[in-house]
Design a protein. Structure first.
Length: 120
């Protein structure tokens, strides 16, 4: 019977801790770890690096928000962004956050209101 990955990992931990393990068990654990390493290399190497349809759509919407903010030197609230672009406030807030996290915009408190303002 083939050793499971969990047992192989437990065996490798035991080896690392200096426990006495039979040579046959060590060899089987090393073989299972090499199998796992090969599977992970295939999985990581075969993935596509191009953005998904959803990621492309979100990037476009973030750019729409940036274009709108470019014409507003005092910035806009997320509600104003949502109203102008026909997004929900939740979507507008998420797209504004992407701009802020990317360093392209910043949040400015204006009393009780937070405005999103493009930087630079």
């Amino acid at each position: 019977m083939k050793m499971t990955y969990a047992v192989a990992i437990d065996t490798m931990v035991a080896i690392a801790n200096g426990d006495a393990i039979e040579d046959a068990v060590k060899d089987e654990a090393v073989a299972r770890m090499n199998d796992l390493k090969g599977q992970l290399a295939k999985r990581n190497g075969s993935g596509s690096n191009k953005p998904t349809k959803h990621q492309t759509e979100v990037a476009g919407k973030v750019e729409h928000v940036a274009e709108l903010l470019a014409n507003e030197p005092d910035g806009l609230t997320c509600t104003e962004i949502a109203t102008n672009l026909h997004y929900t406030v939740h979507e507008a807030s998420a797209y504004a956050k992407k701009l802020v996290d990317g360093g392209r915009a910043e949040r400015r408190k204006d009393g009780r209101v937070t405005r999103i303002v493009l930087v630079g």
